[in-house]
Design a binder for this molecule. Structure first.
Ligand code: AMP
Length: 227
């Protein structure tokens, strides 16, 4: 099926608790549609690693599984979205996470005549989260995500995509922090489902299904909104 891309860049939001598969699905959509995945979690981890002022302020908050302040996250996102590679469209992975961030995004997009095309909610049961999160790891070189049970590399310890043998596990992917991250999701992020539903752009996918099945449904939704 041909996909006709609109001249206005597409803005897709992936909503869902930690471990729902937002990063995995965002990477698949990025390859398929030429969009850019913007993960505020990745941008914040980079800021922490670089030791920037924002990174210094975010570090302890992230380690505790709480949400970084809206001001810091909105500023980081605003800078990244303005870069040239985002011209065709973006998949926001992990942003917005509060109503303040959602409103800031709407204002930011309105400045260039844009709006959110779809907010895709990845629905998962809380019980599945700990297992999903505690088993995951990432290739340190290319960023491909893996899971001990659900998506192991074809050759153990070797990245399928780039052949690197350097894998990393996130510091906040542990049972204690996951509980705070889930609580933050329910209290601060879940209300965004109603926010986007009220604006007519909410789509929901059952993310308890396997990665491929979820990817197929996401693909259908994105083709539909980018027509
Ligand atoms: P993630 O990689 O999306 O799971 O995010 C990891 C951590 O970064 C979260 O637990 C928060 O501490 C922080 N973070 C990422 N995105 C946001 C956001 N939009 N608002 C506030 N904090 C965020």
């Amino acid at each position: 099926m041909e996909t006709t891309v609109t001249t206005t860049p597409a803005v897709l939001i992936l909503l869902g608790p930690p471990g729902a598969g937002k990063g995995t699905q965002a990477r698949l959509l990025e390859q398929e549609f030429g969009l850019v995945q913007l993960s505020t979690g990745d941008l914040l981890r980079a800021a922490v690693a670089e030791g920037t002022e924002a990174g210094k302020q975010a570090k302890a908050v992230m380690e505790a599984g709480k949400l970084v302040s809206d001001d810091i996250v909105i500023a980081i996102l605003r800078d990244r979205v303005a870069q040239a590679d985002c011209a065709r469209g973006v998949i926001l992975d992990g942003f917005p996470r509060t109503t303040v961030q959602a409103e800031a995004l709407d204002t930011m997009l309105a400045e260039t005549g844009q709006s959110v095309n779809a907010a895709i909610s990845l629905a998962v049961e809380d019980d599945a989260m700990v297992q999903r999160i505690s088993g995951r790891f990432t290739c340190a070189k290319c960023g491909e995500g893996y899971h001990d049970t659900f998506k192991p590399p074809k050759t153990p310890g070797v990245c399928d995509k780039c052949g690197s043998t350097e894998m990393t596990r996130r510091a906040d992917d542990n049972a204690e922090t996951v509980a705070s991250r889930l609580a933050a999701y329910h209290e601060q992020t879940e209300p965004l489902i109603a926010y986007y539903d009220a604006r007519g752009v909410l789509r929901t996918v059952d993310a308890m299904q396997g990665i491929d099945k979820v990817a197929d449904e996401m693909d259908g939704i994105v083709r539909d909104v980018m027509k």
